[in-house]
Design a protein around this ligand. Structure first.
Ligand code: AMP
Length: 174
């Protein structure tokens, strides 16, 4: 198993959800036992000595990798969800999409001050989504140790956008 095997297991779907987008479909990768294990093992190895208190998973594909990674890192998992899904009191952050805006939320008591967190999603494109999560984490007074993604689309420079918050790690790049 290698990074090339992980890459070749990710399906490219042209023109989804709209014309011109090359959608990186991770469902074809995670259905394969050995590919799923390899992705999680390389991520866990990367952060094994980082003393992470919580992995933060971004709804919804960040949940697939985030909670499994938290298990391997022996730490807790905290979800960041789309607006209106979390039941208790939340902190919200609005962010821009190509058309209009969206909102992400975290429970206001989810992160204790000063805890060390790792922010996880399946894919980094422009970095707008992960930046909104970084702002939520900062509002809670927690420390961002790193961002981690399975896929990074280099041309969209998300890593540069996130650099003011923390370093970015990705398993495969396009
Ligand atoms: P961004 O905020 O631009 O970094 O976009 C990241 C979010 O949108 C992630 O939650 C991804 O799952 C999703 N996303 C953006 N572009 C793609 C793509 N080409 N293929 C798959 N997912 C994408």
């Amino acid at each position: 198993m290698s990074i090339e095997n992980i890459k070749s297991s990710i399906r490219n779907v042209p023109d989804f959800p709209k014309k011109g987008i090359q959608f990186k479909d991770i469902t074809t990768a995670v259905k394969k036992t050995e590919v799923l294990q390899e992705i999680l093992e390389v991520m866990a190895t990367q952060f094994a000595n980082s003393k992470i208190d919580y992995v933060i998973g971004i709804e919804s594909r960040g949940f697939i990798f985030g909670s499994a990674l938290a298990y391997l890192l022996k730490c807790g998992f905290v979800p960041v969800r789309k607006s209106g899904k979390l039941p208790a009191k939340v902190i919200s952050e609005e962010y821009s999409l190509e058309y209009g805006t969206d909102k992400l939320e975290i429970h206001e008591d989810a992160l204790e001050k000063g805890v060390r967190v790792l922010i996880v999603d399946d894919l980094l494109a422009t970095g707008g989504t992960a930046e909104a999560v970084a702002k939520l984490v900062k509002k809670c007074g927690a420390e961002i140790i790193s961002f981690a993604f399975v896929v990074e689309l280099k041309d969209l420079s998300g890593r540069e956008k996130l650099a003011k918050y923390a370093d970015t790690y990705s398993v495969v790049e396009y």
